[in-house]
Design a binder for this molecule. Structure first.
Ligand code: PLP
Length: 221
């Protein structure tokens, strides 16, 4: 592809994190991160990162200079302090998410759990090859309709409803009402998004408490 079309491959590695997945080692030219998420890790900054060769970054640098996308000094300071604990945080989130995904997959009110670390996941073999950990993001599909799914999310005691991810607190969001809101039924279907899905971002809390939280909310429907 590269030699035929001189195309560059850019990867958004926000969900993977540099701890679990290194796209440049796998052949990507440019990697971007929302540093608002795992790199910042505490939901207290908005920032972004772009990485690549000196040549590519040189071109992007000129654009950034003209467009004025500079982080405030306080943001840069918070980010540089947060980065020091990135590996510790992500390893904990990997461990908790794998434990939660494995447990919650057995719940009778769960239709499906999407998590790269589960052997039931379609891309599991590929994920094993290119990731050293499977991250803190899980999608559950509730065995219920749109209304029942809202009821489950509303009844979480620990998972907080928020469209962000990668922070100290565990968060959840129903993609049809947030990240994929406004798409037609056809577009949702093409992307595999159903009204019964809840996306979970696993935080630093005890994994057993998070499993209990999911179970008590699912038991309501
Ligand atoms: C949040 C997010 C973005 C946008 O980043 P902001 O820092 O919120 O502007 C881009 N890509 C992914 C995968 C994200 O999760």
């Amino acid at each position: 592809m590269l030699t035929l079309y001189s195309a560059l491959l850019a990867i958004d590695n926000t969900f993977g994190t540099p701890v679990n997945q290194k796209p440049i080692h796998l052949g990507a030219d440019i990697v971007v991160h929302s540093a608002t998420k795992y790199l910042g890790g505490h939901s207290d900054i908005t920032a972004g990162v772009v990485m690549g060769s000196k040549q590519h970054i040189g071109e992007i640098w000129a654009w950034r200079k003209n467009l004025g996308q500079m982080p405030a000094p306080e943001t840069a300071s918070i980010l540089s302090r947060s980065i020091k604990s990135l590996v510790l945080r992500v390893k904990r989130q990997n461990e908790s998410a794998l434990r939660i995904a494995t447990e919650i997959e057995k719940h009778p009110k769960i239709k499906r759990v999407l998590y790269p670390g589960l052997s039931s996941f379609a891309g599991h073999e590929l994920a094993k090859k290119q990731m050293s950990g499977f991250g803190g993001m899980i999608t559950i599909e509730v065995d219920g309709d749109y209304e029942q799914t809202i009821k489950v999310a509303d009844n979480f005691k620990i998972f907080r409803i928020a469209p962000s991810l990668g922070s100290a607190e565990s968060l959840c969001t129903q993609p049809v009402t947030t990240t994929h809101h406004g798409l037609t039924d056809e577009e949702l279907q093409r992307r595999g998004i159903t009204p019964s899905m809840i996306r979970l971002s696993v935080g630093f809390e005890d994994a057993e408490d998070l499993i209990a939280d999911l179970e008590q909310a699912l038991n309501i429907i």
